[in-house]
Design a protein around this ligand. Sequence first.
Ligand code: MN
Length: 242
Amino acid sequence: MKERKPRIGVVLSENPVILEGKYIINSPYIKAISRAGGIPLLLPAGASMDGVLDFAELIDGLLVPGGQDVSPLLYGENPAPSVGYTLADTDRTEIALVREASKRGIPVFGICRGMQLINVAFGGTLIQDIPSEVPGAICHRQNMAVRSELTHEASIKENSLLSEILGAGSMAVNSFHHQAVKEAATEFSVTAHSADGIAEGMESGDRRIFAVQWHPEELIDRYPVFLRLFEYLIKLAGKGGS
Ligand code: MN
């Protein structure tokens, strides 16, 4: 057991079109890490491979947050008309860091885009736009609702890591995405689904990388059960590499 609190890395995006001269991160991710007992360590996007290796030296765990769409070029596709803005520099930094973390046994937790990015990092593919690609899909974009509103159900598989953390069966979650995991990379199992079959949770065979498609960081004040996801990451991070 390490003496100090585990350090959890989070990559910051940069988009001069939206916010010139600033890095972008939603504060609820940072607060959730702190509340769960970790030290948030903010890492700028655009790092070279050397920079990514330096980051990997510093962190005990990695949180891959939500955000913009993953560049479809990174999984061998051109963008559908409905794809929003992409930030390839952020994608590349996060993909390199996820792979390096995996190599070193550093645990990784992905949220929303983070789940999608982790899948792409290991060779999986994405649904680029749920409404236009999935007939009968439910609403996954509660854009006008408050961030902590629970809007659809997710069914969590029995005997999965997610069921150990949150319990198996159905639970209501929030939803702010139009993309999703399509084919999961071979290292991963999809362990939570919404009623329309969209992947809502995923985990690696060794249970050191796990992800959800909803936003638990926005729910912890109203529904403290979701803090367990962050606590689990920090518990793994505190044990060091496997
Ligand atoms: Mn959803």
